[in-house]
Design a protein around this ligand. Sequence first.
Ligand code: ADE
Ligand code: ZN
Length: 349
Amino acid sequence: MTAQTVSLQVTRPDDVADEHFLKALPKAELHLHLEGSLEPELMFQLAERNGIDLPYASVEEVKKAYDFTNLQSFLDIYYQCADVLRTEQDFYDLTWAYLQHCHDEGVVHVEPFFDPQTHTDRGIDIGTVINGITRALDDGQQAFGISSGLILCFLRHLSEDEAFATLNQAEPYIKHFIGVGLDSSEVGNPPEKFAEVFAEARRMGLKRVAHAGEEGPVAYIEGALDYLDVQRIDHGVRCTDSEAMMKRLQAEQMPLTVCPLSNTRLKVYEHMSQHPILQLLERGLCVTVNADDPAFFGGYLLANYTALAEHLGMTRQQAARLAGNSLVASFADDSTKEAWLQQLQKACE
Ligand code: ADE
Ligand code: ZN
């Protein structure tokens, strides 16, 4: 199934989408770092529970520090905040808090990322991380009917040998995750660096995604496609630098998991009005909307959709197509996707 085969009948298609309409659309979230959903309030609670002194005096002070100039300025704080995550219950609470937002916003399926190396490098067992997350995802399915597929990300500022070591540590838990991803500092860490470990993940039957073309050049998108054999590109917005790449992504119907609020908070674009997501949608690329690191970038999935309506005049028709793309681009099976698309059609009428 590809996004191009989906046709939706939308009532008042040219109206700008309002929040009520956007909330009612069944949506999948395919680009969400669980560690990036750590709200300052929960960070303080976990710090207290674990006897950790934070370098911030209050939630307000934390929020003031979230004033980023680029990806690295964010990552430095993001890794520091993750230090409060120590026990299986901490990872459960983090994931559960995220799923409650999903439930409130009409999200039916999530494929969240986690960064095991951020935790194992601090001496935390990978089983502690995976078990806490998985228990919450299972409860999310039970309580809210939200299905999920967890994705293990390698940190690209570390070596491929370290990625291999992580994959080996994770292997006993393989039934708990569906794929591997690649994140962290992009520029200077091209996809080719991880070609072997991605090939091994493929042999293990895992799906593959990678951050590419967030801050890095079009060549990194090409590298992710050609060296890592990915099934989705995370971000990918820098494809706009290359007509040939936009044509390729359109022809291959390669999904891009775009994160509008992230891109403006990390200064990929100065203002949301400059964001190219709707132009890419109109060219027929399979773009999707996602929150990336909602606790740091000012909003969860619905806030990303509403920002597009507010600043780019996103119509109901465009919003429905973006939601449809998210369902089609997920790793769910085709019969599940068909059921979601019927639900989506009803929400559009
Ligand atoms: N880790 C968490 N968020 C990220 C992003 N937007 N880019 C790269 N690595 C990340
Ligand atoms: Zn990301």
